[in-house]
Ligand binder design. Structure first.
Ligand code: SF4
Length: 341
């Protein structure tokens, strides 16, 4: 039986691509890639994608693979540039294909499948981009895109008769109607809404990341994880302050705390957890305390007692809640992008 390895996000297109191949008797092993900028597939409240439910229903195997530092490197320095935001889509596809190439060779699979649809995305899903991506990954002729195959050159799997081109598709463009119709035909009833998932396509997140890299070329995983939560402020010294927006973020901020970080909160009222990343001077602690007070339920008080927790113990500081002018002065946000409160 011919064997294929599929790039599998858990979304509609990649699931369909697998099902189309399986209908032709191909044994498919799917690989779902994780990185620090995607949704957490183990957290159902943050990610609608579930790579395992379709796999169970239709009988294919899913392997998870974390791209870790390799992915961070291409985000910082993509050979083929970023998209509209910090998304290095072409480099990202190349990296994932390089990884599955290794897996293909290791397992003796015959070719690779992706759910890409011609012209669905402006950067990585163009007629001239597909061959470039395949070539760069060292996979010329080995990548079958079942949903758009009829618009693309013959692959080795088609040439050698492992796959019947007539039973592949010629989808193109941004409409999902053909995919939705095919899903119905194949009995695929549950799939996530399009987009979402990759934070690098989000303008607010991308600006935060860009700003972080400007201050720190080699950010830690904690620095990167912090980007997805809270309100972010940068002091003139370069120190970063993050203020939680709800209980869940407060808990996460506490869990991300490093030894040298300072935590602040207002005791006895609804209060954000505020974190200062790294050792802070007294005036910086006072500024963070003013931010913390401003977002607490005591924000209308003329002066608020804020608890300050360092690794040496707890103290308190009295702070006047910060006004909007001060907040906007230090807030990490591209001035023409709205959205953070
Ligand atoms: S949107 Fe994100 S995950 Fe998808 S190809 Fe682009 S960089 Fe990679």
């Amino acid at each position: 039986m011919p064997k294929a390895i599929a790039l599998y996000s858990g979304g509609l297109d990649s699931t369909l691509a697998i099902l189309v191949a399986m209908k032709q008797g191909i044994e498919v092993t799917a690989v779902t890639f994780l990185n620090h900028f995607g949704c957490d597939i183990s957290d159902k409240s943050s990610c609608s994608k579930d790579p395992f439910s379709a796999a169970e229903k239709f009988g294919f195997t899913v392997k998870l693979c974390h791209l870790a530092d390799k992915f961070i490197d291409i985000v910082k320095n993509p050979k083929f540039g970023h998209g509209k935001n910090m998304n290095p889509c072409i480099d990202c596809r190349i990296l994932m294909l390089k990884e599955v190439k290794e897996f293909m060779l290791m397992t003796g699979a015959d070719f690779i499948i992706t759910g890409e649809v011609l012209y669905q995305r402006p950067m990585s899903q163009r007629r001239d981009t597909f061959p470039k991506i395949d070539r760069e990954a060292g996979l010329k002729g080995y990548v079958l895109r079942p949903l758009s195959a009829k618009h693309l050159p013959l692959t080795i799997a088609e040439q050698t008769g492992l796959v019947d081109r007539e039973r592949l598709y010629g989808f193109h463009g941004r409409s999902r109607k053909p995919q939705i119709a095919l899903a119905k035909e194949l009995g695929l009833t549950e799939y996530p809404a399009p987009a979402g998932g990759c934070l690098l396509t989000d303008p607010l997140y991308s600006y935060r990341l860009h700003e972080l890299l400007e201050h720190n070329e080699t950010p830690s995983i904690k620095d990167i994880n912090l980007l997805r939560l809270g309100r972010h402020f940068r002091l003139p010294s370069g120190l970063k302050i993050v203020v939680g927006r709800d209980e869940k973020e407060n808990e996460t901020l506490q869990s991300l705390r490093d030894t040298g970080d300072v935590l602040l909160w207002v005791e006895g009222v609804g209060s954000p957890i505020t974190i200062i990343c790294g050792g802070a001077e007294e005036d910086e602690i006072k500024t963070a305390a003013a931010f913390c007070a401003r977002y607490s339920d005591a924000k209308k008080q003329p002066s608020v007692e804020v608890t300050v927790e360092k690794n040496t113990g707890n103290t308190t500081v009295n702070a006047v809640p910060a006004n909007n002018t001060v907040l906007e002065q230090y807030r990490v946000v591209q001035k023409d992008i709205k959205g953070e409160k």
